[in-house]
Design a protein around this ligand. Sequence first.
Ligand SMILES: Cc1cc2nc3c(=O)[nH]c(=O)nc-3n(C[C@H](O)[C@H](O)[C@H](O)COP(=O)(O)OP(=O)(O)OC[C@H]3O[C@@H](n4cnc5c(N)ncnc54)[C@H](O)[C@@H]3O)c2cc1C
Length: 498
Amino acid sequence: MKFVCKIMKSVLIMCLVLSSIVGSLNVSAQDSETDAETGASEVTADFTHPDDLAESYDVIVIGAGGGGMAAAIAAKDAGSNVAIFEKMPILGGNTLKSSAGMNASESKFQEAEGIEDSNELFFEETMAGGHDTNDEELVHYLVDNSASAIEWLDSMGITLSSITTTGGMSVPRAHRPEAGSAIGGYLVDGLQRNVFEREIPTFVNANVTEILEEDGVVTGVQVNIEGNEHQVNAKAVIIATGGFGGNLEMVTDNNPDLEGFVTTNHEGATGDGLVMAQEVGAQLVDMDQIQIHPTVEQETSYLITEAVRGEGAILVNKEGERFFNELDTRDAVSQAILSQTDSSAYVIFDQALRGRVKAIDQYEKMGLVKVGDTIEELATTIELDPEVLSQTLSIWNDSVANGTDDNFARTTGMEIALEEAPFYAIKIAPGIHHTMGGLKINTNAQVLNEADEAITGLYAAGEASGGVHGSNRIGGNAIADIIIFGRQAGEQSALFVN
Ligand SMILES: Cc1cc2nc3c(=O)[nH]c(=O)nc-3n(C[C@H](O)[C@H](O)[C@H](O)COP(=O)(O)OP(=O)(O)OC[C@H]3O[C@@H](n4cnc5c(N)ncnc54)[C@H](O)[C@@H]3O)c2cc1C
């Protein structure tokens, strides 16, 4: 029997109601707002009824964010019998919230736009972003398989043909849907559609609490589905549970400096997979490397996508002045903001830029955006010195015209001046965003033990794994990570079980 919840557009609201009826887990308002933000179109949820749970599967995927769904699709296409367990009432995890895009080099869409890029440059910039602490082999695998991942998604009707820039990249590399909109809702819709088309059993409100093993070989999982406990056998288990950025206790245990920061993460990002895998001997890496994102609205913990700066916005401090290269790496920009008056800043942009980043409509709906018909009026509204802000904009627009930023050496996201009224501002400060550490994996996405040996039958992908990003992730590299290593975990686990 199928547990069918078929709805158009309102699936998240329906599932929220459903989840409150069935009890246990819930989803934050920001998730449904993100759906509105990303314009997720026709979502059809087709979850499997708990009565249809089998005693065993070839492959079990824990977690249905982008990494888990990519893994399940790849495992199924490689001929294995795969099931997904997701603890929330909907699929998507942090992937649903992602906004700026997915990085890839030498892609067909870059070529179509005449963007010159190379895997080597992508490798160098990822390593530089991570201060050369990244796992080089994983980064090579990531960049070398990025263009084919874009093709793979395209072959499933997930077309990321519009390209923008994020911090730390010298060329446009962040792929997003054609309309120039945020990636998350579109990607999750597309992956979910492909999961359902393949009739992959997908259980929601299914909280995996233990990975089962015998003599060092993984044998299945313990899962609680809507209040009922089950032991389910599997020849391979893929951990795609995401990071722990929503678990503030685990964050501060690993990095006490982050006490008091808000988080952009969904409430299911609690690090379960890391704890469960550690119990079967997995090695963790880089656990203290937790990224704070520079531009988070503090009242709502809502992320202001890097694409806004990528499309040309600037940051100004309370004195109305620019203070840093807005598209430097996230760690550097965050630290620069934290050293300004009140440890905060404003993202400033104009009407033309607004048209290039659809997510801004959502920010406005949420009341995050201040507006002024002139720069001076905007300055008055946000209580900055009108003369100084006007002067700042004028210097910036000269820099754009000359193609050189003498003050802060910014080189990207400066193609178009900020000169079309009205003008806008969003007040921001840094917030916890991404946990770069996690399970140590090899390029086959196998989880390694303390002796760097693969644990038989255990795979991991996405934010649950560590090493790809080193001590600082480049914007757009997480979605690349989850799709590329999710796909690899699916293919490799299927090879192992067949
Ligand atoms: C606001 C925001 C914007 C972002 N924008 C971008 C961007 O533009 N580009 C980019 O590259 N990155 C971006 N990121 C980062 C990126 O979205 C994440 O790193 C990535 O989506 C993680 O994918 P994942 O599949 O590993 O985990 P998730 O998408 O978080 O999915 C993990 C799933 O596992 C489930 N789960 C957890 N524990 C269990 C359990 N015990 N049992 C069953 N299920 C479980 C969770 O509920 C969740 O659904 C953004 C992140 C945020 C928060």
